[in-house]
Design a protein around this ligand. Structure first.
Ligand SMILES: [Zn+2]
Length: 493
């Protein structure tokens, strides 16, 4: 069964609904399985990379990162790797073969740690800043105060490899110290006991006199000196209770998000409609089959079915109900089917999927095993692959749900919209607030050069404010996607 689910996951769309998110699994089924969550805000912005659990005996970091994997964002992006070194987490050991956080320089040993580091390096290249979340010993202090609190301790500090860094390619200076101090000021306002306050900890890693030259092989050093992005080790203190460590990590992440204007959506969590992806059903205790929403399951009268798993875009609140059998919640119940029925899948009170159970056989079937057959899935509206537009004559492409910024008076032309499947002739693309053919409003606005200074009707903009207009795409008259056009008064940058 695991194999069937694993196979299917590869083909399922990563993001569902308006929220753009993806979840990638590497080395699936191995002891070092790696999960990467990418969360894209509704509005574009900076990308912050969070790495937790690079050393398995530091739970404050990975338990904190967990809280960000399911977040929704209004602006900016997060890439979250809650458990970089899963095997070392399960075994509660810092190191399995080698310290994963000392493998970012030249790396000769081809162990699993190397494979994961190669992926982390790619993620660093996608990001504007890296936070590597650790639990450190004692408390860092610039001066020697006690064996627990001194310059060689790590806890409650934000570590950088340098005060500043000049990117040789762009000439830009990355102000690591300045950024850290401003973030720390925000964090410390929220921490009452002053002995728990964070401090900036400059390892001066590249300098000859550095106390931490081994950090030249670390993720942050790689991110700064190879990736050219600011990178920090966030260290909470292992001397504190775990709940407090997680809270302090969260405060640090929140403060960095604020610094980069990465804005969580409030009240915060996914609001898209629930959608069933598939059920895993076994029939007469044989190999389970995967049945998708809208398919029909064909069985023989007297067969026993058992639904063992519901895969949907939510994890909680799901039930499956075999109508006229069992109760309202029939997950993992064995039911003997006597006649045709249907299976209704709900999240809370909302129906989010429906599978017909038919008795007998059909010509439509695509899968057949020991009297089990499943019909073809019903056709669904195609997904939009991209919008092609021209702004002041210059061609650009956008994804569904993106915001296009134009300056009032720019010309805007919808060249075309392409779909991943289906028949393009059934599409209709409408710029709400613009009438292309004033003799006869067809609702089709592709090919018109729109003067955004003169041609738009403000009362059709969002909130009638004349700021954001929508391009709405329909397929057979049903809306399947939209693009936002944001008007600004003058060019910024
Ligand atoms: Zn560590």
């Amino acid at each position: 069964m695991a194999a069937i689910i694993a196979l299917l996951l590869c083909f399922l769309p990563a993001g569902v609904g308006a929220q753009k998110r993806s979840h990638s699994v590497f080395f699936e089924g191995s002891d070092y399985e790696l999960h990467v969550y990418r969360i894209y805000g509704k509005h574009p912005g900076k990308t912050l990379l969070l790495i937790g659990g690079i050393q398995g005996d530091e739970p404050g970091g990975f338990l904190s990162a967990d809280h960000y994997a399911d977040i929704s964002l209004a602006k900016g992006n997060l890439i979250v790797v809650p458990r970089a070194n899963f095997q070392s987490i399960v075994l509660n050991r810092r190191i399995i073969n080698e310290d994963m956080n000392r493998k970012f320089a030249d790396d000769r040993k081809r162990n699993y740690e190397a494979k994961i580091v190669a992926i982390l390096k790619q993620l660093i290249m996608e990001s504007d800043c890296l936070l590597n979340l650790h639990d450190g010993s004692g408390f860092f202090s610039e001066v020697w105060e006690s064996p627990e609190r001194n310059p060689l301790r790590y806890g409650q500090s934000i570590i950088a490899d340098s005060e500043t860094y000049v990117n040789a390619e762009t000439g830009e200076t990355v102000q690591l110290g300045h950024m850290a101090r401003s973030v720390i000021e925000q964090i410390n306002k929220q921490i009452e006991p002053s002995q728990h306050h964070f401090r900036f900890n400059n390892h001066r890693t590249s300098e000859v006199s550095s106390l931490h030259r081994e950090q030249r092989k670390s993720a942050t050093y790689y991110a700064l000196y190879t990736g050219g992005i600011p990178a920090y080790g966030i260290e909470t203190s292992k001397s504190l209770p775990l709940e407090l460590e997680v809270r302090y990590h969260n405060l640090a992440i929140n403060a960095f998000m604020e610094y980069f204007e990465i804005i969580p959506e409030t009240p915060g969590i996914k609001l898209e409609p629930p959608e069933l992806r598939y059920l895993v059903i076994s029939i007469n205790d044989t190999l389970p089959v995967v049945v998708k929403d809208g398919q029909t399951l064909y069985v023989n009268a007297g067969d026993t079915i058992m639904i063992s798993h519901i895969e949907a875009n939510y994890e909680r609140g799901l039930t499956v109900d075999i109508i006229d059998y069992g109760s309202i919640s029939d997950l993992r119940k064995k039911v003997v089917i006597k006649g045709p029925t249907e299976i209704v899948i709900r999240r809370d009170y909302l129906s989010c999927g429906n599978i017909q159970v038919a008795v007998g056989n059909s010509r439509e079937v695509v899968t057949k095993a020991k009297g089990i057959a499943i019909s073809r899935p019903r056709p669904t509206a195609p997904a939009i692959s991209q919008y092609q537009v021209r702004i002041n004559g210059k061609e650009r492409t956008f994804q569904n749900d993106e915001h296009v910024e134009v300056v009032k008076g720019d010309t805007f032309e919808i060249v075309d919209v392409t779909v991943e499947s289906g028949d393009a002739s059934r599409l209709q693309v409408n710029f709400k607030g613009y009438v292309g053919n004033s003799q006869k409003n067809t609702g089709e606005d592709r090919g018109y050069v729109i003067d955004t200074g003169k041609d738009l009707w403000q009362r059709y903009s969002l909130g009638k404010k004349g700021r954001t207009y929508q391009v709405i795409v329909k397929y057979d008259g049903e809306p399947i996607g939209k693009l936002f056009v944001d008007l600004k008064d003058t060019a910024s940058k």
